[in-house]
Design a protein around this ligand. Structure first.
Ligand code: SF4
Ligand code: SF4
Length: 181
């Protein structure tokens, strides 16, 4: 099995992680660093120290807004934004569940909708999201959902893209490749 840092280095955007000089410009530029369990500079240090469990069970990457401030300012050409996306994928693949954020549940609902229809079915996506997080919170959204429905912005029946079968084969092939890595 690859070391944690090698796993990150092998992903797009993770290549330069060993060049980090721990200057902290990324953390100083990050608008949500205070909300993260470990801000970007610390996450990079922890990856290099092999702290897989601590990193993948943290909320840090799920709070990333993809604003790219850290990436454009890093003096060593490191891409903390891409690393955050990589960590989200690894956490999901390796079954880590994060407390204190519902973002992973939203991502899973989104992906499930894409897999099923080839595009987002808003009603189905939000139904799954609320059922897996807080079903009672869905009640508060009913008035908004009704307005969207009446304006034909939230259809009851999902519309599938053309070539959905080809898309399913593509997703299946991708999963096989990821599984064999
Ligand atoms: S700005 Fe770049 S070099 Fe500095 S700590 Fe962040 S990732 Fe490392
Ligand atoms: S891209 Fe993410 S980690 Fe980087 S500064 Fe923006 S919010 Fe912070």
């Amino acid at each position: 099995m690859k070391s944690f840092v090698d796993e990150v280095v092998a992903t797009p955007g993770g290549e330069n992680i060993r060049a980090c000089i721990q200057c902290g410009v990324c953390t100083g530029s990050c608008p949500v660093a205070n909300e993260m369990e470990y801000p970007p500079r610390e996450i990079i240090a922890m990856i290099r120290a092999g702290m897989r469990n601590e990193v993948l069970s943290s909320n840090s990457m799920w709070y990333c807004l993809s604003c790219y401030m850290c990436t454009v300012r890093c003096p060593r050409g490191i891409k903390p934004t891409e690393i955050a996306h990589t960590l989200e994928c690894l956490a999901n693949q390796q079954g880590f569940r994060v407390k204190g954020t519902r973002t992973p549940a939203m991502y899973r609902s989104f992906v499930s909708s894409i897999k099923g229809n080839g595009r987002v079915h808003e009603l189905g996506m939000m139904f799954r999201y609320y059922m897996t997080t807080n079903p009672l919170a869905a009640l508060k959204m009913l008035p908004v959902g009704l307005k969207l429905f009446l304006r034909h912005r939230m259809p009851l029946i999902p519309k599938r893209v053309k070539g959905k079968e080809d898309l399913s084969k593509l997703i299946q092939k991708f999963a096989e490749i990821r599984g064999s890595e």
